[in-house]
Design a protein around this ligand. Structure first.
Ligand SMILES: Nc1ncnc2c1ncn2[C@@H]1O[C@H](COP(=O)(O)OP(=O)(O)O)[C@@H](O)[C@H]1O
Ligand SMILES: [Mg+2]
Length: 225
C-alpha cells in the first residue's frame, strides 16, 4: 500500500484547548477523493486547520504529506503548506490585481523567481481550469464560479499532493457548485492529487460517488455515501 497522504490516529482536534473532535482516525491515500461532511459547527474547518497546521494537534498522531504534525515547528509550516492546495469559500483574490498578477504574487510568496518558468506555470494552471483567456482580467469582471476556478488555479501552482477544500461552493448557486465540485475531482484525477472536500451541503454528494467522512457529535465517522 502506498504511503498515505493523510494519516491521523487517535487525533484530538482542538479550539482554544477544548476538544472539538476526539480520537479521530483518518487515512487518505494518494489521489483519493473524500467528501468531509457535517452540520455547521460540527468541526470540519477545525479538522482541516489542524491538517494545514493552523491549529495545533491536541493529541494522538498525525502525518500530512510526509510531515509529522506533532514535530512540525513553525519554521517548517511553509514547507508543509507548499504540498497542499488550500481553497476556501471566499476566494481570497487580490481584487486590485489581475488574474496573472494574483498568480505571480502566489508564486513569488512560495519562492519562485520571476521569468519564463513562472509565466509558463501560470499558463498551465489557467489552462487546467479552463480560463487561459482570462489571464489579464480583473477579478471583479469574473463570475463567482470563475473566481473560484482562479483560486483552484492558484492552489495548483506548486503541484500539491492534497487539495483541502473548505466550503468552496458556499457562495455559489447549485449548478455552479456542481461544476466546481466536478472540476475539483477532475484536477485531482489529472494531477494525482488527493482531495478532501468539506461541505455542509449534503445535496452535493449526489454529484458523484466518493468516500464520505462525517463529523458529528465530536467524532469522525467513515460512512458510505
Ligand atoms: N476560533 C475559534 N475559537 C474557538 N472556538 C472555535 C473557533 N472556531 C470555531 N470554533 C468552534 O469549534 C466548533 C467547530 O467549528 P468549525 O470547525 O468551524 O465547524 P464547521 O466547519 O463544521 O462548521 C464550533 O463549536 C465552533 O464554535
Ligand atoms: Mg467550516
Amino acid at each position: 500500500m502506498a504511503e498515505a497522504i493523510v494519516e491521523l490516529r487517535g487525533a484530538n482536534i482542538q479550539q482554544g484547548g477544548r476538544n472539538i473532535l476526539e480520537n479521530v482516525d483518518l487515512r487518505i491515500a494518494p489521489g483519493e477523493f473524500v467528501y468531509l461532511v457535517g452540520k455547521t459547527g460540527a468541526g470540519k474547518s477545525s479538522l482541516l486547520k489542524t491538517l494545514y497546521a493552523a491549529l495545533p494537534l491536541g493529541g494522538g498522531s498525525a502525518t500530512v504529506a510526509g510531515f509529522n504534525l506533532a514535530k512540525t515547528g513553525r519554521k517548517k509550516i511553509p514547507q508543509l503548506r507548499r504540498k497542499l492546495g488550500i481553497v476556501f469559500q471566499d476566494f481570497n483574490l487580490l481584487m486590485d490585481r489581475s488574474v496573472e498578477e494574483n498568480l505571480r504574487f502566489a508564486l513569488r510568496a512560495t519562492g519562485w523567481k520571476k521569468g519564463t518558468l513562472a509565466e509558463q506555470r501560470i499558463d498551465e494552471v489557467l489552462m487546467a481550469v479552463g480560463l487561459a483567456d482570462r489571464r489579464r482580467s480583473m477579478p471583479h469582471t469574473l463570475s463567482g464560479g470563475e473566481r473560484q476556478r482562479i483560486a483552484f488555479a492558484r492552489a495548483l501552482l506548486n503541484s500539491p499532493t492534497l487539495f483541502i477544500a473548505d466550503e468552496v461552493t458556499g457562495n455559489l448557486d447549485p449548478d455552479t457548485s456542481k461544476n466546481i465540485l466536478e472540476l475539483m475531482r477532475k484536477l485531482g484525477k489529472e494531477h494525482g492529487t488527493a482531495v478532501l472536500f468539506a461541505t455542509h451541503d449534503y445535496r452535493l454528494l449526489d454529484t458523484f460517488q466518493a468516500r464520505v467522512v462525517r463529523c458529528e457529535g465530536g467524532r469522525v465517522f467513515n460512512a458510505e455515501g
